[in-house]
Design a protein around this ligand. Sequence first.
Ligand code: FES
Length: 360
Amino acid sequence: MANDTNLPGHDGPSDSLVPVSTADPGTAVERSDALRNPGLPPHRLRVTDTDPKKAKTAERVIVALFYVSLVGSIFAMAAYFAFPIKPNDLGSVRLNNVFVGIGLSFALLAIGVAAIHWSKVLMDDHEGIDIRHPVKGDPKTQARAVEIFRQADRESGFNRRVLIRNGMIAAFAALPFPAIFLFRDLGPSAGTPAEAFSHTMWKAGTRLTKDPTGDPIRASDVTIGSVFHVIPEGLNDTEDVLEEKGKAAVLLMRLEPGDLHVSPEKRTWNYDGIVAYSKICTHVGCPVALYEQETHHLLCPCHQSQFDITREAAVIFGPAVRPLPQLPITVDSEGYLVARSDFHEPVGPSFWERRGDYNV
Ligand code: FES
């Protein structure tokens, strides 16, 4: 709380003097006022205060800056479409970011410069003093606040300088629109997540190939205890390699057939002890990449979920709530491992659209 008698421009006693007469005898300390409040310097008129032509020029500059901001916002929106982000093309990402960024930079910078310039050259620059008061003002204080607001309105010329005001409104009105285009990308692009994760590149007859070479895998290459990182044949030739791989990546392992405990409906999903499971963790989608050969457990390094391969990848530890989806496999006439079908349930994290029967 400021002391009312120690304001700039006021001469008065120092703020924390202890009157000697009221202090305990022998403990009072009277401090000297080493620095006197110099008060406010004399007001100096600006060139725009005295020369109407200069004031008009300054007004035009401010209007121009607000319209530069408007153009910047429009440029950012146009750039978003003129330089689209193409899948697997980092150059397109760079171009899009550069031009959208340039547009937004001008939009924000011009508003900032215009506001500062306006306040420095045209708004009334007299310095005022307002005494601090309790948070809740009485009716008199509130009336004073309204008066101050009106005074600020008069001094800034907000209502009087219509061009500036309209330019500023236009600039601020346009500013949020680039955000709509940018954040639009966060929405689902291929229907609901359930639909997006329900179908992968796997279909009946698709060969299992090594990641990343794409070499097909013979059943005889998969020895007991080995593990292969697998992608569907042809994945490297697709347009959206990363997107497709993010759904179709599979881990392939071979166990002694007697170690597998399979439910009747999945009896034919393994080939002579070779099993394939989605590599995408059912917790939040990290790649499950660690295979413990002796226990036949798969471990997700992100939050340590563990899946038991001998029991259809059931969750035995960690935050995942459902088993890894299994890819039904067999071999073709040349002995290469192939899929029998796509996964029978959505891969990846559990999400709200899922129903208990895995049909979506
Ligand atoms: S993503 Fe695998 S445990 Fe969290």
